[in-house]
Design a protein around this ligand. Sequence first.
Ligand SMILES: Cc1cc2nc3c(=O)[nH]c(=O)nc-3n(C[C@H](O)[C@H](O)[C@H](O)COP(=O)(O)OP(=O)(O)OC[C@H]3O[C@@H](n4cnc5c(N)ncnc54)[C@H](O)[C@@H]3O)c2cc1C
Length: 408
Amino acid sequence: MAEFTMELNDEQKEVRDWLHGFAADVIRPAAAEWDEREETPWPVIQEAAKVGIYSLDFYAQQYFDPTGLGIPMAMEELFWGDAGIALSIVGTGLAAVGVLANGTEEQIGTWIPQMYGDPSDVKVAAFCSSEPDAGSDVASMRTRAVYDEAKDEWVINGTKTWATNGGIANVHVVVAVVDPELGSKGHASFIVPPGTPGLTQGQKFKKHGIRASHTAEVVLDGVRVPGSCLLGGKEKLDERLARARERARQGGERVKNAAMATFEASRPAVGAMAVGTARAAYEVALDYAKTREQFGRPIIDNQGVAFQLADMRTQIDAARLLVWRASWMAVSGKPFTAAEGSMSKLFASETAKKVTAQAVQILGGNGYTREYPVERMHRDAAIYTIFEGTSEIQRLVIARTLSGMPIR
Ligand SMILES: Cc1cc2nc3c(=O)[nH]c(=O)nc-3n(C[C@H](O)[C@H](O)[C@H](O)COP(=O)(O)OP(=O)(O)OC[C@H]3O[C@@H](n4cnc5c(N)ncnc54)[C@H](O)[C@@H]3O)c2cc1C
């Protein structure tokens, strides 16, 4: 197990500088255009694929970095470039992690390459869990998967919403209810292969921020997938359901929820995205404050502005430290006894919202226009306190973990 360190090693620094170069030279210059177009930036994804950033190999290398800093460092740099484009690049990773975490070796080998395609024909993937009536309250999920034993097929019906890359994905990973009596423990994940009849895109959302990233409803109407598309396989599912039923019979004894542990491990990555956006806005504001003159001197010469920048930088550094700690804990198998993963996402996302708002203020009228990037960054930052669990849900998880009480 690697010791916790705040120092990137030489190899990590090299990767960071390479990603920073891509973010500065390819992502940042394209950001305003794709934000206005509100379309998936396929040419940028293709560029990322050509240089090796949009690939399972790259993602896996960072994911399995024993220091835990690979993913947060990569997310921070890409999202520093632009949040909407970066989400289009890493969105497939959400679905890939779903398969890596729950799939068999065969499923990983079959489906993940199809999620990414290849540099001459890039593809994306979608992870579909949220539903119109099941956002924070995942246990209210209604999408149903029923096993047709005679054909060894699963039949899926329901409507998913807010799916990043939903409907345009080559491969969709869909979470569905297999045993309604078990709440969230009666859920399972399925691969819906390319071109499966019955899966269609519903409405595509027009969003406040991260507008280059495609977000849409996914309608599943009598979708039939082979038994081999159940992630982890039927035997494992039956064992898991039997254990859950047994626990329910014994009076619903509170057990460590594997899904919760997965969230604790994945939330720091969202925190790192927020750190990237916050840092980008802070840098623009610092430069601007040093060059913009009013009353015959740079505006940073006023404590009212300089102290804001001091606070912004302090909060960004604190957010990064929480993210790195949680990522290191995840990779080292440390128990999240204080919900440190949720803590890092909560603090980093709230920091991004605050810092980008301050950046708009420091740029004055210019900050309010689309001539300057902080306007876009401020809109983009609002997503971090919503997806992958809202700030309120993070607080709920932290409070429950600290108290051991079923706080509502
Ligand atoms: C751009 C975007 C991309 C997304 N991508 C994906 C994706 O790829 N896949 C996917 O499955 N989902 C995705 N989501 C969905 C996202 O995870 C949900 O929006 C999020 O979980 C919140 O659910 P909700 O929108 O239904 O809000 P609700 O759950 O309805 O919450 C509304 C408000 O009530 C508060 N609230 C709810 N319950 C409580 C409580 N118990 N205590 C205190 N406050 C509470 C919330 O914090 C929030 O402020 C995406 C969403 C967006 C906007």
